[in-house]
Design a binder for this molecule. Sequence first.
Ligand code: SAH
Ligand code: SF4
Length: 352
Amino acid sequence: MTSTSEAMDTGDLIARAEEGLGLARPEIVHLLSLDDPAEIEALYQAADRVRRRCVGDEVHLRGVIEFSNHCRNNCTYCGLRRDNAKLARYRMEDDEIVECALGIAEGPCGTVVLQAGEDPAFTAERLCGIISAIRARTPLAVTLSVGRWPYEDLKAFRDAGASRYLLRHETANASLYESLCPGRRLSDRIECIRHLKRLGFETGMGCMVGLPGQTVEDLASDILLMQEMDADMIGIGPFIPHGDTPLAGHPPGDAEMVLKMLAVTRLVTRDTNIPATTALGVLRAEARKRAFFAGANVFMPVYTPKKYAPDYQIYPGKAVSVHEDMPLQEVVDYFSSIGRPIGAGHGARRKR
Ligand code: SAH
Ligand code: SF4
């Protein structure tokens, strides 16, 4: 810890952050570095109060369809990377995707998230057809999580009826990003995020925690970048090593650090939609629950058909879907038992 952070009074800092006075970089670093359990708990409680004040008690559900695990990229952390020859690849048919969305529309989710690797078989035109079919046949908001695309294609997705887009920046440390994503530049990813904002998408950013070589300063940069870009949705999860990737031997991210990141992000960004990510649940099931007491307000159940879900191996252990391990009724009952009703409608960002 720096001498500045030692001089800081944690209680005062949390109180000021709770009021919405903003946090400077060393203050964020100080909060992320807390190791006293009572102070950490005070941080979570402040984030929980800000969550309640700024986005209410409702938990919004977004149903995820992982429609293809083909990817032309080679991100070193991800099991779907191009060079992973051990993965059995699948691609859903367009009709199958739309059918799956119809199933989601019958349940409590107001939003469908279409997620996949960057699969060249899904051209912009094809994706537009799927988006407009879902929009025509369901009341769902359509969110895309399909990686980087040129402006014109993003515009076509918007015109076809998609209203949200998740594109995590992964890490705000450009040299770390570039070492993890061969041939890719952080500045291009950020440019794409700017396009999304300009096109009027509700835009999701986010990062992994515990990437090899990542520092607490880097994590503070993640929060400041998401604040500066005015991200509407923020996905933060631990890095989880996948055995068939170059990062196989690296340790996973720390669940407590993920929770601290969620809490500080809530304090700084106020009214954003923040999920408790699947990756956090994979690391420690109970940590995913705790996220809802530390700033999170969104849950993303996986609706990928049973026959495909086990092969969407971004990281190991993630094949937890509503069909098997996590029936949606249990999830809904859990939230109702903790006084958190399921949000009706699309659950868009409220905006200040
Ligand atoms: N291809 C798209 C969407 C699918 S990947 C894209 O890259 O944007 C979705 C997210 O999974 C990524 O943004 C990344 O943050 C996360 N992810 C990938 N590999 C991971 C790993 N090993 N551990 C934790 N999260 C991972
Ligand atoms: Fe492809 Fe996304 Fe995985 Fe990178 S993180 S390899 S873009 S699926």
